[in-house]
Design a binder for this molecule. Structure first.
Ligand SMILES: Nc1nc2c(c(=O)[nH]1)N[C@H]1C(S)=C(S)[C@@H](COP(=O)(O)O)O[C@H]1N2
Ligand SMILES: [Mo]
Length: 213
């Protein structure tokens, strides 16, 4: 499906679902599966119709905004940082969830310490090589399970799943994790990302079923 039609359809879906009152369906759940989700065994691919091919030699991660020490990390710089592994569940707003994803990479907190954001920083804005963007509160990003992942199940993150590096924020719907990540900007004021300006929730908590704004 062409990119524009896909974006339009997903935007309409948000409007339609919101109008039908589906957000009111949320029921408290003690289950591992958040309300309204279905478990999938596979690993669907969700993107804007573009899967940019970024060679490691051309890859760069820019860290800027309200930071004491802005950085532009090369692939070698990034991989020289301390590496961690974390197993987490993955919840897409289109109602599929995948359990036990083993991601490896650099903890968000490591990047935070590296660039030293100033005290007025409250929000983080992520940008990607495919033109995608998304925004998350700094507090959410500082959870210990938030990674900039370069491996999945012990192998490099594939291009379709957002390699060379993608953001993983397990406690939020997966659109808050930028695939093909290229930049992380630290902000005092919130700035809505790609889906957030198109009717999707700003907070995106799967347990509260925060799907649409
Ligand atoms: N750069 C970028 N990141 C993105 C997206 C995208 O289109 N572009 N889609 C988001 C959505 S809606 C989901 S559900 C997950 C999908 O990740 P997957 O393709 O590995 O399943 O990536 C998120 N991150
Ligand atoms: Mo998604």
């Amino acid at each position: 499906m062409p990119k524009e039609r896909y974006i339009e359809a997903k935007q309409k879906w948000a409007e339609k679902q919101k109008a039908s009152g589906v957000t009111a369906r949320a029921v408290p759940s003690t289950d591992r599966l958040p309300p309204g989700q279905k478990l999938t065994a596979g690993f669907p691919v969700l993107d804007l119709g573009v899967q940019p091919a970024i060679a490691h030699a051309d890859w760069k991660l820019t860290l800027d905004g309200l930071v004491e020490r802005p950085a532009a990390l090369s692939w070698a710089d990034f991989n020289a940082l301390p590496q961690v592994d974390d197993v987490s569940d993955f919840h897409c707003v289109t109602t599929w969830s995948k359990y036990d994803c083993r991601w490896g990479g650099v903890a968000f907190t490591t990047l935070y310490e590296l660039v030293q954001p100033r005290s007025e920083t409250k929000f983080v804005y992520f940008t990607s090589y495919d033109g995608y963007s998304t925004n998350v509160s700094l507090a959410q990003c500082l959870d210990d399970d938030v990674l900039i992942a370069t491996s999945f199940d012990g192998a490099p993150v594939s291009r379709e799943h957002g390699g060379p590096a993608r953001v993983i924020i397990p406690k939020l719907y997966a659109w808050k994790g930028a695939k093909f990540v290229s930049g992380i900007t630290f902000l005092a004021e919130d700035k809505l990302g790609f889906w957030e300006v198109r009717g999707y929730s700003n907070t995106a908590d799967p347990w509260k079923e925060e799907r649409y704004a």
